[in-house]
Design a binder for this molecule. Structure first.
Ligand SMILES: Nc1ncnc2c1ncn2[C@@H]1O[C@H](COP(=O)(O)OP(=O)(O)OP(=O)(O)O)[C@@H](O)[C@H]1O
Ligand SMILES: [Mg+2]
Length: 258
């Protein structure tokens, strides 16, 4: 099976706080991987380590032939800096709080990467940006600034911006948790359609219905480690660990006690 992402032995501490304790993870091409777990278990840190927004203290990150070793013995030369840039372009990130440029229109936000990072001619970038805004249902918001967009619309612009980099994988960190509940559906619908198109996705989310329907695999993180994982049918109905069971009671309270 071809893996888009391989993470081996990734550890990360902030001061004396060990946040990731040797995480191993493979993501197959076209796979939708959902990461769940309690607050502080290291989910955000893990996805930030995958595209090296956060530098792991130890371990190895491999994305589509681009391999980066981390830790005190890793060489910090120009070749590594270039490999990190390339890796980031292959692993686009969608954040909880959108992180759009406030001084750019929806289209401006989407074409910024193609223009400045991919060196695309303006006309091509605009055509791509218009196509992607259409793809996320926002063709009519082309010239609107983020301040005039709803949270769900901002997040869909952020998804279009991620797609504009033509990434191998998109990493989502709680893409709906900053949104009012009535706006979750429009963002989840867009994400589901990306999954149907075969996009490889790593999604930190507590949206159980989304995970059940769209995920190929669900991972449960606890205290800096992957405690358990499995296909959603198994993960949600027969979790192996009591910690997973008590967490699931919190995020799917409508279910009978497991
Ligand atoms: N830049 C940082 N400096 C210091 N501590 C940090 C930093 N980033 C994260 N931490 C700490 O690392 C731990 C794990 O944080 P992380 O954000 O990865 O958790 P999480 O699982 O995403 O939690 P949540 O569900 O609340 O988003 C937390 O205790 C957090 O306070
Ligand atoms: Mg987080």
């Amino acid at each position: 099976m071809s893996h888009v992402v391989t993470v081996t032995g990734v550890s990360k501490s902030f001061g004396s706080l060990a946040v990731l304790k040797g995480v191993d993870l493979d993501v197959a091409r076209g796979e939708v991987l959902v990461i769940m777990g309690p607050s502080g278990s290291g989910k955000t840190t893990l996805v930030r380590c995958i595209n090296l927004l956060e530098e792991p203290d130890a371990g190895h990150i491999h994305i589509c032939g681009q391999s980066i070793s981390c830790g005190p013995n890793a060489r910090r030369n120009r070749a590594r800096a270039k490999a990190v840039r390339q890796l980031r372009n292959r692993a686009a990130m969608v954040f909880q709080h959108f992180n759009l440029f406030p001084h750019m229109t929806a289209l401006g936000n989407v074409i910024e990467g193609p223009l400045s990072v991919r060196g695309m001619p303006k006309a091509d970038a605009v055509a791509l940006g218009e196509r992607l805004l259409e793809r996320v249902g926002l063709a009519d918001k082309r010239d609107v600034y983020p301040a005039r967009l709803s949270g769900g619309q901002k997040q869909r612009v952020a998804i279009a911006r991620a797609l504009a980099m033509e990434p191998e994988v998109i990493l989502f960190d709680e893409p709906t948790s900053a949104l009012d509940p009535e706006l979750h559906a429009e963002v989840l619908r867009t994400m589901r359609s990306l999954a149907e198109d075969g996009m490889t996705m790593v999604v930190v989310t507590h949206e159980v219905a989304f995970a059940r329907e769209v995920a190929d695999r669900v991972i449960f993180m606890d205290d800096g480690r992957i405690l358990e994982q499995g296909p959603p049918a198994q993960f949600f109905s027969r979790p192996a660990h009591e910690r997973t069971r008590s967490f699931l009671r919190l995020v799917q309270p409508e279910r009978p006690a497991v």
